[in-house]
Design a protein around this ligand. Structure first.
Ligand code: FES
Length: 235
């Protein structure tokens, strides 16, 4: 076991446990987006940055391992500025039509925008213009709403072991596509819908909207398990 301190709260946690999960389990909310409790971390969104006493700069708490004596701060002027900038950069390539998005009210990105108080006003908007893919059974892919958190790719590859979803590139734009660039139904997709289940935005959705409807926490078929403020009692 290790004793760490997060924002003045002393916690006894398993040595090497990821610090983001230590904080969330103790009721200390750290904003996060690419983290999902069922997936390996990839540390891509930079929302969960923290400062560790004795270390230079900031570091992502989802990839930080708890060490005995570690003292962590989850907010400071520098953290708030960098976190806001990271979110603004994500929003620069995201449509602004939240109120008409099927994931409205149940979107982790929307929750972060409200929690952090960011918008893309300082950034030049970058419309991706990727055609929405509706030709598959069960699933809709709208890559314009994708923030490249990689949860769907990790769910498909690491959690389910199917390996259909991957990062592709077109005209210097990275997007989530399929292994051979075909429709999911023409690849080896099992339509397990894990990708839609873990997607934090309206990018990958189930056609019946069972996973994207704004159900109450206790009613949800697949409750959000990421401890974002919209779905927990954590302030
Ligand atoms: Fe840690 Fe995304 S949640 S970098």
């Amino acid at each position: 076991m290790a004793v760490i301190t997060i924002d003045g709260t002393r916690l006894e946690v398993p040595e090497n446990k990821n610090v983001l999960e230590c904080a969330l389990e103790a009721g200390i909310y750290i904003p996060h987006l690419c983290h999902h409790p069922d997936l390996p971390e990839n540390g891509s969104c930079r929302m969960c940055i923290v400062e560790v006493e004795g270390q230079e700069g900031v570091t992502t708490s989802c990839t930080l391992r708890a060490q005995d004596g570690m003292v962590v701060h989850t907010t400071s002027e520098r953290i708030n500025k960098l976190r806001t900038l990271a979110l603004e950069l994500l929003l620069a390539g995201h449509p602004e039509d939240c109120s008409t998005c099927p994931k409205y009210g149940n979107c982790e990105l929307q929750t972060l925008i409200q929690y952090i108080g960011a918008n893309n006003a300082r950034m030049r908007t970058r419309i991706k213009g990727i055609k929405m893919e509706e030709g598959n059974p069960l699933l809709i892919h709208d890559m314009n709403r994708c923030v490249l958190c990689g949860r769907c790719v990790r769910a498909c590859n690491k959690l389910r072991g199917v390996g259909v979803l991957q990062y592709n590139k077109k005209d210097l734009e990275t997007y989530v596509g399929t292994l051979h660039g075909k429709l999911l139904k023409d690849e080896d997709c099992r339509f397990c819908t894990a990708c839609a289940e873990v997607c934090p935005t309206g990018s990958i959705r189930d056609k019946l909207q069972l996973l994207t409807t704004n159900l109450k926490k206790e009613e949800a078929l697949v409750p959000c398990r990421t401890a974002c403020p919209a779905h927990t009692d954590i302030p």
